[in-house]
Design a protein around this ligand. Structure first.
Ligand code: ZN
Ligand code: ZN
Length: 412
C-alpha cells in the first residue's frame, strides 16, 4: 500500500477506553501507518496533512473478536461447494462493509487464511486487518462437519472454501494444528460442542476428547499461539477451560460453575449475541437450513443471562458477532444488545483494549498511543454517554482511518 505520509489530527477529544474517559484538546501525529505522537501541540508538522477533528471524540478503531469473512451465505455446507475464487470475491465485499462500520481489526474464527489477510494488507481488498486461524478443527459429526447424514465422504481438499477440517484422535489433531500454524494461523479454533449451523449434531453435545483438546493446546502453546473454543454449555466450556482453551466463543448456556474457571485460567469470553437475534429474525431468508433454524431458539434467550453472569463475575469479555451471509449489516447491533447488561465503558473496552489483549496485540491496536497502528474513528457524539452513537455509522462516523490510510472522511 502506498505510504500515506505524515498526518496531523488536531482538536481531538481522545476516548481512552482503559480509563473510560475523554482527553480533550489532543493532537495525534501519524506517520508510516502508525501513531508516532500524542500531545497537546502539533510539534514539527511542516508538510503534514492536517485534519481538524473539531473537538469531536476520536477513538481507537473497533475490534470484532468473532467474525467469518468467508460466510457470504448462512448455508455454510452449500458454501463449501463453491469455487474459492467466488467465495473470495464475496469475502472482499464483506470486509469492506466491516471497515465501513468502523471495525479496523477482525479476528476470523474459522475460514479465512493467509491469502485473505495478505490481500487486505497489500491493499487488494479494502477491509480491516484480518487476524486469522485458518480452518477450525472439528471431530467427525461435530459442529464443523457439514455433511448431510447420507454423505460418507468429506471433501478435505484444503482449497475447498470450507470453514473447518475434520480430524479424529490425538495424532490427527496434533498434525492439523501444526499444519494450520505452518500456514500462518494466529490462533487455533476447536469445536468443543454442538452448534446451530451444523446439520447433524446437538447443541448439548460435548465434542473432542479431553486428550484431543489438550494436544491442540500443547501444540498451539508450543508455537506461542492459543486455542479458542466454540461451546454453549458449561459442560463443554468447563472441560475446554480446564484443558487450557484461552477464549470461549458463544457460551450462551453457561451457569455459575464456569465463572471461577474463567478467572482461574485467565481466559476470555466472547459472546456473539448479534447472530442469534439475526438468525431468529431473518435466518431462513439468508439461506439458513431448516434443521439449523430450529436450533437457534435453544440459545437465543439464554445469551443475555450468560453475559450477565460473566460481567458480574469479572470475566474478561470481548466483542464478537459471528454473523453470516446477508446479516453482516447487523455487526453493530451487538453494542445495543450488550447495553442491556453492561455499562458503555465496559462494552467499549471489550471492542478495544480487552480484544487487543486477547489477540496478543496490546499497545498495537485498541488504543491511541505512540507505537499503535493508526486505526481510529472520529465520531459525532460520545459513546461513553450513549453507546448507540456507534450503531449509526452513516451519520455519526465522520472519519475512519485504518493503518494511517483515510477510508472515510466527511469532516471536510
Ligand atoms: Zn461457533
Ligand atoms: Zn463462529
Amino acid at each position: 500500500m502506498a505510504d500515506q505520509g505524515r498526518v496531523v489530527i488536531r482538536n481531538a477529544s481522545i476516548l481512552d477506553p482503559a480509563a473510560g474517559e475523554l482527553l480533550p484538546d489532543r493532537v495525534i501525529t501519524v506517520e508510516g501507518g502508525d501513531i508516532v505522537d500524542v500531545g497537546d501541540s502539533p510539534g514539527a508538522s511542516t508538510g503534514a496533512r492536517q485534519i481538524d477533528a473539531g473537538g469531536r471524540v476520536v477513538m481507537p478503531g473497533l475490534i470484532d473478536g468473532h467474525v467469518h469473512v468467508l460466510a457470504y451465505t448462512a448455508n455454510l455446507p452449500a458454501a463449501a461447494e463453491q469455487s474459492p475464487y467466488y467465495v473470495a470475491a464475496r469475502a472482499g465485499e464483506i470486509l469492506r462493509g466491516m471497515l465501513d462500520r468502523g471495525f479496523t481489526t477482525v479476528r476470523d474464527a474459522a475460514g479465512a487464511d493467509y491469502g485473505l489477510a495478505d490481500a487486505v494488507r497489500e491493499g487488494y481488498f479494502v477491509g480491516p486487518t484480518v487476524v486469522f486461524g485458518g480452518k477450525a478443527l472439528s471431530q467427525t459429526g461435530g459442529h464443523g462437519d457439514g455433511r448431510p447424514r447420507g454423505r460418507e465422504v468429506h471433501d478435505d481438499a484444503y482449497c475447498a472454501p470450507t470453514h473447518c477440517r475434520v480430524v479424529d484422535g490425538v495424532d490427527e489433531v496434533r498434525r492439523a494444528v501444526r499444519d494450520e500454524i505452518r500456514k500462518g494461523a494466529e490462533h487455533i479454533k476447536l469445536m468443543l460442542g454442538g452448534g446451530v449451523a451444523s446439520p447433524t449434531d446437538r447443541i448439548d453435545s460435548t465434542q473432542f476428547s479431553v486428550e484431543e483438546i489438550r494436544a491442540a493446546v500443547q501444540e498451539a502453546t508450543a508455537a506461542n499461539r492459543y486455542v479458542l473454543g466454540h461451546a454453549y454449555t458449561s459442560k463443554a466450556v468447563n472441560r475446554g477451560l480446564a484443558a487450557g482453551v484461552r477464549s470461549i466463543e458463544h457460551g450462551n448456556l453457561i451457569d455459575e460453575t464456569s465463572i471461577p474457571l474463567f478467572l482461574e485460567h485467565d481466559a476470555f469470553y466472547v459472546p456473539t449475541l448479534a447472530t442469534y437475534s439475526a438468525l431468529a429474525e431473518e435466518g431462513p431468508a439468508a439461506g439458513l437450513p431448516a434443521e439449523s433454524f430450529a436450533k437457534v431458539f435453544e440459545v437465543l434467550d439464554a445469551g443475555l443471562h450468560a453475559l450477565e453472569l460473566a460481567h458480574r463475575g469479572g470475566v474478561k469479555i470481548v466483542y464478537g458477532t459471528d454473523l453470516l451471509g446477508d446479516m453482516h449489516y447487523r455487526q453493530l447491533t451487538e453494542f445495543a444488545l450488550r447495553a442491556q447488561v453492561q455499562p458503555a465503558a465496559d462494552i467499549l473496552r471489550s471492542a478495544t483494549t480487552t480484544a487487543a489483549e486477547l489477540l496478543g496485540l496490546p499497545g498495537r491496536i485498541g488504543t491511541l498511543a505512540p507505537g499503535a497502528s493508526a486505526d481510529l474513528l472520529v465520531l459525532d457524539g460520545n459513546p461513553l454517554e450513549d453507546i448507540a452513537v456507534l450503531t449509526k455509522p452513516a451519520d455519526a462516523l465522520r472519519l475512519i482511518m485504518h493503518r494511517g490510510r483515510v477510508h472515510k472522511n466527511t469532516l471536510i
